[in-house]
Design a protein. Structure first.
Length: 297
């Protein structure tokens, strides 16, 4: 028959008593009376059906069962302490939580985080991700967000971060292995990497370049742009790049842009927040920094 997990306060009383081998010292540490510690230990022993301590004239001694139980209880208590401090401890009230589109984080923000840390060493950031397949007004679980869309969130403030052009990208090795790509008319002969959820995708690019009659051939479909761009870098096909997200990869030679046709986008990445968000002690600093980075290019 399985034993139910004992109450946490009983386990804390056992762990402290076992470390000190003293109910008195345990009671001081836990801010309880010695009688309360003794009562909790008796309750624990009763539930477990086993004696954990030998009561000696001058202190305590662990029984074999108590000594076997202590490492697991001690580790659990320590992990709870560490998690509590990490999530709720000193300074966490000033933690700025920013939810960020993953491809924007990987391709634009992450390389710049070292500079942010240099300028703002005392600001703690919590970065969370979302693939932004929904269009909610506010997620409620962050202070600021980086969203992709057209900036139409009436109840929220928006700062546009990108003004991109769309153009095909692939790796140099892909072209070597799969033949030339010198005109949009060559695209049906290549593997196309689609991203679900973007209004301005391959169909939009083909229409804007006057090639909407082309029927694209073999393809992959992904739910995030970051995966499509990664597959392009690995030589698995041709993705539709956005200027701000692929410029570093093109400079490094990881990706190339084989076609000249570029189409301006109406969709963009936005820093999104409520008016109340700016009351956070670090929100204004983060907003000013990211807008300055965007301005400097």
């Amino acid at each position: 028959m399985k034993k139910n997990l004992p109450p946490l306060n009983w386990l804390r009383a056992f762990e402290a008593s076992a470390r000190h081998l003293s109910f008195t010292h345990a009671s001081t540490e836990l801010n309880l009376t010695q009688a309360a510690i003794s009562h909790q230990i008796k309750g624990l022993e009763c539930q477990l059906g086993c004696v954990l301590f030998k009561r000696l004239p001058r202190g305590l001694e662990l029984t074999d069962a108590g000594a076997a139980y202590l490492p697991a209880v001690h580790e659990s208590v320590e992990r709870l302490k560490a998690a509590t401090e990490e999530i709720f401890g000193q300074g966490q009230n000033n933690l700025l939580t920013v939810k960020i589109n993953m491809v924007f984080f990987m391709r634009w923000l992450a390389p710049r985080m070292k500079e942010f840390r240099r300028l703002h060493p005392k600001i703690n950031l919590r970065i969370t991700s979302n693939i932004w397949l929904d269009n909610k007004e506010s997620s409620g679980d962050c202070d600021m967000e980086v969203r992709y869309g057209r900036g139409k969130w009436p109840s929220l403030q928006c700062d546009r971060l990108t003004r991109d052009e769309l153009f095909p990208v692939c790796s140099p090795c892909y072209l070597e292995e799969n033949g030339p790509l010198t005109s949009p008319k060559d695209l049906p002969n290549h593997t196309i990497l689609h991203v679900i959820g973007y209004q301005e995708g391959w169909g939009y690019w083909l229409k804007q370049t006057k090639h909407s009659d082309l029927e694209l051939g073999q393809s992959y479909q992904f739910d995030t742009l970051v995966t499509a761009l990664e597959m392009a870098a690995l030589g698995e096909g041709v993705a539709l790049g956005r200027t701000s997200l692929v410029e570093n990869a093109i400079k490094s030679g990881q990706l190339v842009a084989p076609l000249e046709q570029r189409v301006p986008t109406e969709e963009a990445f936005y820093l999104v927040y409520s008016n109340n968000s700016l009351e956070h002690p670090h929100a204004v600093a983060f907003r000013n920094w990211i807008l300055n980075e965007i301005h400097e290019g």
